[in-house]
Design a protein. Structure first.
Length: 374
C-alpha cells in the first residue's frame, strides 16, 4: 500500500516537476525573433543571413550569454512577402513576446512589419533593408544598412563621372525599387544627366524582353537595373540575347553567387555599388576572426549578407547589456550606440535609427565580384 501511495504521489508530482524545470530553463533564456525569407525566390539571402545570426548566437552563448541568460532565436519565414512579414512580426510580438526582432532582409517586408513592432514596443533591427521610407518608420525601427539615399546618390555620381549623360532605368516595383529609382533619377538630373525612360516591372515577372526593347529604343548610353539577384540575372541574360550591348549598372542586391550562376557570361562588366562596409580582404582582427569562425562552422566563406546579420546580433547583444531585457530598454540603449565596431565597419545610429556607411563601387569580372578599378 505504501509503495502504491509513493507511486501515486510521484505520478502526480511528475508534471509539476517538468513544468518547474521548463520554467527555470526558460527563465535562463532570452528569446529574440528573426524574420527572414527562408523559402521562395529570396531564400538564398535568408539562408545566408541565418548562418550569420546562428554564428553570432553561438559565440555569445559559449561565453555565458548575456547577464547569465543564453540567447535563443525564434525564426519566422517571410518569403520576402509583406503580408507574411506582418503576420510573422505579429506572432513574435504578441504570442512569443520577444523584445527584439532581427529582420527583414527585404525593405518591403521590413516596412510591413515596422508598424506592428512600433505598436508593441518591440525593437526591429534590419540587417539590409534600404528603402528611404524606413527612416520615418518609428522609434523602435533601426537598420545597419544605409538608406537608398546613399546607394542611389553614389550610383548617380558614378554614372555622371563615367561620362554617361542619358541613362535608362529598369526597376522592380516595390518599396526598394521605387526608392532607388527616385533617388537616382533626382540626383542624376541635378548633375545635368537625363533619364529618357524608367520602366517598372512586377516582382513576380520573369520575362523582361519587352521592357528591354523599349529601353533600347529610347537611346540611353547605359541601363540602371534596380533588381534582386534572380530577376536581375534574367534581365541581363535576356538583354544580351536581344543584342542589347549597353553598359549595365546594378545594385548591391545582385552580389549573390546565384546571380553569377543564373546570368553566366551576361553578367560580365556589370558595375554596382556595395553599401555594406564589409571588406572580406580587410586585415582587421575582427574581420579575420569572423571569417575563420564562419568557415570553421560552415566550410565556406561568408559574404556581406552573413556579415550584416552577424553584426545585427552583436548590436542587439550590446544593447541588452547596456539597457536591459525589455523592448523599451533595448531601444533606449540602441539609440545611443555610437562608434560600435562590427565586421561591417563602424556602426553609429542617427536620430532616425539609420546608419551611415561608405559606398564602394564593384564590378563583375572573370565571373567574380571585384572592387572596381578605374
Amino acid at each position: 500500500m505504501r509503495n502504491s501511495k509513493f507511486k501515486a504521489v510521484a505520478i502526480f508530482l511528475m508534471p509539476l516537476l517538468f513544468l518547474v524545470t521548463g520554467c527555470a530553463r526558460e527563465a535562463q533564456e532570452l528569446k529574440i525573433g528573426a524574420i527572414l525569407p527562408l523559402t521562395g525566390d529570396a531564400a538564398s539571402w535568408g539562408e545566408r543571413g541565418k548562418k550569420g545570426i546562428d554564428l553570432a548566437i553561438k559565440e555569445i552563448n559559449e561565453r555565458g550569454g548575456i547577464k547569465g541568460r543564453k540567447l535563443r532565436v525564434i525564426y519566422e519565414d517571410t518569403q520576402a512577402s509583406p503580408k507574411l512579414g506582418a503576420a510573422a512580426m505579429k506572432k513574435l510580438a504578441t504570442i512569443d513576446k520577444v523584445p527584439v526582432v532581427i529582420g527583414d532582409i527585404v525593405s518591403a517586408t521590413t516596412l510591413a512589419a515596422a508598424p506592428i513592432a512600433e505598436k508593441n514596443k518591440v525593437v526591429l533591427l534590419s540587417p539590409t533593408a534600404s528603402a528611404p521610407a524606413i527612416t520615418q518608420a518609428g522609434d523602435f525601427i533601426f537598420r545597419i544598412w544605409p538608406s537608398d539615399l546613399a546607394e542611389g546618390t553614389a550610383m548617380a555620381k558614378f554614372a555622371w563621372e563615367q561620362g554617361f549623360r542619358n541613362v535608362g532605368v529598369l526597376y522592380i516595383q516595390n518599396d526598394y525599387g521605387v526608392g532607388l529609382k527616385d533617388v537616382f533619377s533626382k540626383k542624376f538630373s541635378q548633375l545635368g544627366g537625363s533619364v529618357p525612360m524608367a520602366l517598372g516591372y512586377k516582382p513576380d515577372e520573369t520575362d523582361f524582353r519587352s521592357y528591354l526593347t523599349k529601353l533600347k529604343r529610347a537611346g540611353p548610353e547605359a541601363i540602371y537595373l534596380i533588381s534582386y539577384y534572380k530577376d536581375g540575372a534574367l534581365a541581363v541574360k535576356q538583354a544580351r540575347e536581344l543584342g542589347v550591348e549597353l553598359q549595365f549598372l546594378g545594385t548591391t542586391a545582385i552580389e549573390d553567387p546565384k546571380f553569377l550562376e543564373l546570368a553566366g557570361q551576361a553578367a560580365e562588366g556589370l558595375i554596382y555599388p556595395l553599401a555594406s562596409g564589409y571588406d572580406p580582404k580587410s586585415e582587421e582582427e575582427i574581420v579575420q576572426k569572423f571569417k575563420a569562425n564562419f568557415k570553421k562552422l560552415y566550410g565556406e566563406e561568408p559574404g556581406f549578407v552573413e556579415a550584416q546579420c552577424y553584426d545585427a546580433v552583436k548590436v542587439v547583444a550590446h544593447s541588452i547589456r547596456e539597457g536591459g531585457f525589455t523592448g523599451p530598454e533595448i531601444q533606449k540603449a540602441m539609440a545611443k550606440i555610437e562608434g560600435f565596431k562590427g565586421v561591417t565597419g563602424v556602426i553609429t545610429f542617427n536620430e532616425n535609427g539609420d546608419v551611415i556607411k561608405p559606398v564602394t563601387m564593384k564590378v563583375i569580372k572573370g565571373g567574380k565580384f571585384q572592387v572596381y578599378q578605374r
